[in-house]
Design a protein around this ligand. Structure first.
Ligand SMILES: CC(=O)[C@@H](O)[C@H](O)COP(=O)(O)O
Ligand SMILES: NCC(=O)COP(=O)(O)O
Length: 237
């Protein structure tokens, strides 16, 4: 079974654009789960461009599924995710000046740092995931780090999909197979959509979870959040 974790960053983007409390991020977390989401994902960035620290603490008690918190493992970030007891933490190598996440970790270059962070999170009972590009070496490094999962960065797949879906999926199928052989579970995310999700789901049988936000919230503007979540869940059957 592949779980759908809805990323609600963009609800916070809309809320922050007017400086008020509408649309409510808390309501979004509640309703997404009511509508069938099997997890809530957030990415509290240091500049609080969307999800704020306050959001993190306010969302936690509303989680009835799974809470996946993504971010760069600064000391502040680690203290926060341990304090709220996230179900899963996905480590992302983003710097503060990035528009969005656009690459995975060089797991060999950052081996010592990531080993320490992963062990610390696991000692608090948190499932760990490392954001990686679909490259065999990166996955092998993640296994050496002893993370529970990897998250495959899927923007390159989404970009190439409309041009050549078989070429687009190939590195991801290979990376997922390497992970399976090394005993690591596989998540995926970034720019997944109603268009490209079904093919990825059918080509990667060991896909544990997809975290989807940008395209899903955009679709919901026209289809409504409940219908949209149902449509994304239908892609995972
Ligand atoms: C890690 C990942 O690919 C996404 O969750 C990304 O973090 C989205 O961040 P923005 O919503 O700030 O674009
Ligand atoms: N980890 C990917 C995620 O949470 C959402 O990415 P996107 O769907 O907003 O591109």
């Amino acid at each position: 079974m592949t779980r759908l974790s809805v990323n609600i960053n963009k609800i916070a983007t809309l809320r922050n654009s007017r400086g008020g409390s509408m649309p409510s991020v808390k309501d979004a977390a509640i309703r997404c789960q009511q509508f069938g989401a099997q997890g809530i994902t957030i990415h509290p960035r240091p500049d609080e461009r969307h999800i704020t620290r306050k959001d993190v603490y306010e969302i936690k008690p509303l989680i009835t599924t799974e809470f996946n918190i993504e971010g760069y493992p600064s000391e502040d970030f680690l203290k926060m995710v341990i304090e709220v007891q996230a179900d899963q933490v996905t480590l992302v190598p983003d710097s503060n000046d990035q528009l969005t996440s656009d690459h995975g970790w060089d797991t060999w270059k950052h081996m010592g740092f990531l080993k320490e962070v992963i062990a610390r999170l696991q000692s608090h009972g948190i499932r760990t995931s490392i954001f990686v590009d679909p490259e065999e070496k990166a996955v092998e490094g993640a296994a050496e780090i002893r993370t529970d999962r990897i998250e495959l960065y899927t923007e390159p797949y989404a970009t190439l999909y409309p041009i050549d879906k078989n070429q687009a999926i190939e590195p991801f199928v290979r990376a997922a197979k390497v992970a399976e052989n090394l005993g690591i579970d596989v998540n995926a995310g970034h720019d997944l959509s109603l268009e490209n999700l079904p093919f990825m789901y059918h080509k990667i049988p060991n896909l544990k979870e997809v975290s989807i936000g940008h395209a899903l919230i955009a679709d919901a503007l026209y289809l409504g959040l409940e219908t949209t979540i149902q449509k994304y869940l239908d892609c995972l059957k």
